[in-house]
Design a protein around this ligand. Structure first.
Ligand code: SAH
Ligand code: SF4
Ligand code: F3S
Length: 473
């Protein structure tokens, strides 16, 4: 049975003590740590906590693997491609370990929550010293210290494989190292209860659990006070926020509360499951001073037959109704989506339904994926007669359509002037700055790097499939 479990202050303080012990051990010379992240924003967010812990433990952060004393690989399991890439990179660390036997290699993240993967890493990737999952991020210092101590004892079972006892944890007050001083992830919940038939996430991230609204609000206030200008609320399905909390609060309520925080900032969120996106949500977004007029509303397929087999619990008509309601509340809405091509049993006719729905909706941007069977999910054992070559041809056709529509949407910006947030430097010339419209469209600008973190007016001069070029107005 799933149980929500909040980490106590004592448990957190115990972790701080493990940090102190590690700090003493590595005090003789500077030590460096590298965190390599795969997958979605949830993993990016977890990596920020891992970096926060490592800094507390006395490490300096590095991007240079040759310099690192600790490497943490934060993995993703959503598609086979992601897993292969991770395993290749973990395997390559044996060269580093050959040069520096003291190197500590840790593998965390969603991939490690699958028992078969834990076995595979244990048996075939001797380079790995510690395996832990997303539910154990809160106790990383304890696991890292344990790894060091086993090493000291030359323990035959030197490698530490954390057993994931903590599924369902909600942990507050963990340290965090954010990459940017402008953009911040704010995780509001974890896990997923939807069990879409193709998806591994509910198995590796566990059941849905929400942070308390007071904790989320306190973090949002601190971010705004700290100068952050772009805050993205994170959850696998933010629309089911609040389930299981004592307070009666849903996602639109939370959004409205955060929106009350004074300051010049943009509030974004992802991801939103279409079945739970309500008129109330669209109303709050439309009436808010801070919310981006952007929804990422994953469609997955335009065929009712396939949507049913995917267990998405909406159909084509319902999806179109949501889009119409959202656009009514926000006429300037930017709409993006995810689509899977080649789901088991998908026919040419099903695929044509997807093309026609994509054309009808007109997405500003689309993320398209070839179906990847994930062991343990229902879709992995469904008959899948269509050849890889045919799926690839469908994929290419969808991508061409997506690019054409995005190109047209972007072209409509040219000549207009928009308020954008300058959020970083590109390292390129002449467009050395990157910025985002309120709807989240990427704008390349030329200007003083001191503008990073500021809202400016940009006149759009050119467009492409993925971005806009502009000049300061
Ligand atoms: N919780 C989010 C994101 C889940 S993963 C949501 O529901 O939208 C991000 C995307 O990966 C999904 O939207 C889906 O399009 C894709 N995806 C998930 N599992 C997949 C699989 N087995 N094969 C191919 N694409 C997949
Ligand atoms: Fe996966 Fe569906 Fe949950 Fe998204 S809503 S994480 S696609 S199971
Ligand atoms: Fe990947 Fe885990 Fe995110 S499987 S997509 S990193 S929730």
């Amino acid at each position: 049975m799933y149980q929500r479990r909040e980490i106590t202050t004592q448990e957190r303080i115990a972790q701080e003590r493990f940090c102190e012990k590690i700090k003493e051990r590595i005090a003789r010379r500077p030590h460096y740590a590298l965190v390599d992240t795969y997958g979605c924003q949830q993993n990016e967010s977890d990596s920020e906590i891992l970096r926060g812990w490592l800094v507390r433990c006395g490490y300096e952060l590095t991007e240079d693997v040759d310099k690192a004393d600790v490497v943490v690989v934060n993995t993703c399991a959503v598609r086979e491609h992601a897993e292969k890439r991770v395993l290749g990179n973990v395997g390559a660390l044996s060269h580093n370990k050959a040069k520096d036997p003291d190197l500590i290699v840790c593998v965390g993240g969603c991939m490690t929550q699958q028992p078969v993967m834990r076995e595979k890493i244990k048996n075939s990737y001797r380079v790995v010293d510690l395996v832990f999952g997303p539910h154990e991020v809160w106790q990383f210092p304890e696991l890292l210290l344990g790894t060091m101590e086993r090493r000291d004892r030359r323990d035959r079972k030197r490698r530490l494989i954390a057993a994931a006892p903590s599924e369902g944890v909600v942990a507050e007050g963990l340290p965090r190292r954010r990459d940017s001083g402008v953009k911040a992830w704010l995780s509001i919940m974890n896990g997923c209860d939807n069990f879409c038939s193709y998806c591994i996430v509910p198995y590796v991230r566990g059941r849905e659990r929400s942070r308390r609204p007071a904790d989320v609000l306190a973090e949002a206030r601190a971010l705004v006070a700290g100068g952050y200008r772009d805050i993205t609320l994170l959850g696998q399905n933010v629309n089911s926020y609040g389930k299981g909390l004592d307070e009666a609060v849903d996602f639109p309520d939370l959004l409205a509360h955060i929106d009350e925080i004074d300051g010049d900032y943009v509030l974004r969120f992802m991801t939103s499951h279409p079945k739970d996106a309500t008129d109330k949500l669209f109303r709050v977004m439309g009436g808010s001073g801070h919310c981006a007029h952007h929804i990422h509303l994953p469609l997955q397929s335009g065929s009712d037959r396939i949507l049913k087999r995917m267990n998405r619990r909406y159909d084509r008509a319902a999806y179109l109704e949501k889009v119409a309601a959202a656009r009514k509340a926000m006429p300037d809405l930017v709409l993006t989506t995810d689509i899977i091509v080649g789901f088991p049993g998908e026919t040419e006719a099903d695929f044509r339904d997807t093309l026609s729905l994509v054309e009808e909706v007109g997405f500003d941007a689309m993320f398209t994926f070839l179906f990847s069977p994930r062991t343990g999910t229902p879709a992995a054992s469904m008959p899948d007669p269509v050849s890889r070559a045919e799926k690839q041809a469908w994929f290419d056709e969808l991508l061409a359509l997506a690019n054409r529509i995005s190109g047209e949407k972007h072209a409509a910006y040219v000549g207009g002037t928009y308020r954008v947030l300058v959020d970083g430097e590109t390292g390129q010339t002449p467009y050395n700055l990157s910025a985002r419209t309120r709807g989240g469209r990427l704008v390349h600008l030329a200007g003083d790097p001191a503008l990073v973190g500021r809202f400016v007016q940009a006149r759009i001069t050119a467009s492409s499939t993925w971005a806009l070029d502009g000049e300061l107005a």
